[in-house]
Design a protein around this ligand. Structure first.
Ligand code: DGJ
Length: 548
């Protein structure tokens, strides 16, 4: 029955016919429209604004196929709410949204909106359109079968692949039309903006070769580089990322000519060509959607896996960090470019994605509480979203961390805007000590069992210590984290010794501090240190003072 319903060719008002008992419920419209979600500069950082207020997406991404069945999803929604998510990354696939050309079915989208709302969460929807992991598996069958109208990429050997070439205007027009219909529908059923952001396509680019060699691509390759790109590069020459400067500089920064004349003929030149055409395609799809509902939109990337990998080993033309300048020129309609981080160097990927002002959002990652803290504390990440969230146990450590961070959200976002939030994260067991400078003090953290603070209960020592550090006023700090103790030393002129005036444990509820014990004596190392040794993520308020 559910499968049959899925394929009913319903036009825009899919939910109206589905309101019978037991059928998926349509989202109910609020009386008045809420402010449009937007990413904007707020003081020192860019923030996601939801209902007019800064919002951290404490999220999780569903497995690819989960949201294709309302039945399958039923028990999952409650579980995700119980895991303290405030945002779910769900899916809308082209094959299910437009099973026949021009006939749209939004039942599955409606159900996700309805369920997210009923379970007090927001939604980000992935548009599985032309690209899904550098392939076109989510294109509807009517697209896949019509390979004359929707031509495929070709590799060096001339063989066609399932992926559509980004150079075919007919494919772009069809994808953009479907995405626009989706956004028009969301605008109609979601005035309260349960859907706060869209991911346009998924892990774009071409694998197996550094460049598309289809007839359309070959023709474009031997034509002049479009003047929009040449102008963008010339105007931003001093600000370009070093990787692109290297590729463009290899042929002497030419400002006109064919692709091989301007960028050369190696795999890096091929990647620039692909990034322009893939970025342009995704940007135009995003623009079509924004014409209906201008909520934030982003593109995500399958990352370069190691330093020796060439474009084509990873999807050539996707929004990897080295191609951000090209994507920015090609897709001005996108708000950010996002990394799917499965690599061990989480810190390095975050740093590479925040070069040149790209706001950080991590739509896919492994569930790691220390990494979550790192992204929020040091990069003001808009959100963090482990992949396959419904497979995690409900009592995953991430759930407790989301609860703590969710209740602190007004505090974190306020001080992020003031530039007063940082994080320390231990990456390896050997890395036992780290220090940061903040608020006129050097805060020295020791992780693991060291220090004179109370030892963790047996079996409860976290593998990695981590802390979010918020400088809320002169001498005042809020620390959230686990598995550390810290000492403080002044770094500004004045008395040379820092002492702990007060140390309070406690928690936040909706941004309001609720103190617990005042920690002193054995629990404060005799007044010389503050500790959070678990179990679970804890919160401390400390007041420092100085003497000599
Ligand atoms: C990356 C993709 O973007 C996801 O949709 C999913 O397939 C994961 N890989 C699986 O690890």
């Amino acid at each position: 029955m559910a499968a049959m319903k899925r394929y009913l060719p319903l036009l825009f008002c899919a939910w109206a016919s589905a309101s019978a008992q037991g059928a998926p419920q349509a989202p109910t419209a609020a009386n008045s429209a809420a402010p449009m979600p937007v990413i904007r500069q707020n003081g020192a950082v860019k923030q996601m604004m939801v209902d007019g207020k800064p919002f951290l997406m404490l999220a999780g991404e569903l497995h690819n196929s989960s949201a294709s069945s309302i039945e399958y999803m039923k028990p999952i929604w409650k579980k995700l709410e119980a895991m303290n998510l405030n945002t779910v990354i769900g899916t809308a696939s082209w094959e299910l949204v437009e099973p026949q050309e021009g006939k749209f079915d939004f039942v599955l989208v409606d159900d996700q909106i309805h369920q997210a709302r009923a379970n007090h969460m927001r939604l980000v929807l992935i548009w599985f359109g032309t690209w899904k992991n550098a392939n076109a598996s989510y294109a509807p069958l009517w697209v896949k079968k019509d390979y004359q109208r929707f031509p495929r990429v070709r590799s060096r050997d001339g063989a066609a692949r399932e992926e559509l070439t980004p150079l075919a205007e007919a494919s772009l027009a069809a994808d953009a039309r479907a995405f626009r219909a989706l956004m028009r529908h969301i605008r109609a059923v979601d005035p309260q903006h349960t859907v706060i952001m869209m991911q346009v396509e998924n892990e774009t680019g071409k694998t197996g070769d550094s460049r598309d060699r289809s007839p359309l691509a070959e023709a474009a390759w031997n034509k002049p580089v479009p003047s929009e790109l040449m102008n963008y590069l010339s105007e931003n020459k001093a600000r370009l990322l070093p990787e692109l400067t290297r590729v463009w500089g290899a042929s002497g920064f030419k400002t006109s000519g064919t692709w091989p004349e301007v960028f050369g003929t190696d795999a890096w030149a091929d990647e620039v060509f692909m990034a322009w055409y893939v970025g342009r395609y995704v940007g135009k799809v995003a623009e079509a959607g924004k014409a209906e509902l201008p909520i934030p939109m982003y593109a995500n990337a399958w990352l370069v896996q190691n330093d020796t990998q060439l474009p084509g080993g990873y999807p050539s033309g996707g929004p990897v960090s080295r191609m951000h300048d090209i994507w920015r020129a090609a897709a001005p309609g996108l708000d950010l470019l996002a990394p799917d981080i499965y690599l061990p160097d989480f810190k390095g990927v975050c740093a590479s994605y925040t070069r040149s002002g790209n706001p950080l959002f991590i739509p896919e990652a492994r569930a790691s509480v220390p990494n979550l803290f790192w992204a929020l504390g040091n990069h003001a990440a808009l959100g963090y979203s482990p992949f396959g969230i419904e497979s995690l146990p409900q009592d995953t450590p991430l759930a407790a961390a989301y609860q703590t961070l969710g209740s602190m959200m007004p505090v974190i976002t306020r001080y992020q805007a003031e530039g007063k939030v940082a994080a320390v994260v231990q990456e390896t067991p050997e890395q036992r000590n780290q220090a940061i400078s903040t608020g006129g003090y050097k805060l020295s953290f020791s992780f693991g069992g060291g220090g004179r603070g109370p030892a963790p209960a047996q079996g409860q020592a976290p593998a990695q210590g981590f802390a979010l550090v918020i400088n809320t006023a002169p001498d005042d700090f809020v620390l959230a984290g686990q598995g550390f103790s810290l000492t403080a030393a002044p770094e500004t002129p004045g008395p040379r010794i820092a002492g702990f005036g007060t140390i309070d444990e406690g928690r936040y509820e909706r941004g309001v501090w609720l103190p617990g014990r005042r920690l002193n004596g054995d629990e404060s190392g005799g007044g010389s240190r503050a500790s959070l040794r678990g179990p679970g993520v804890g919160v401390l308020k400390i007041k420092l003072y100085r003497y000599e």
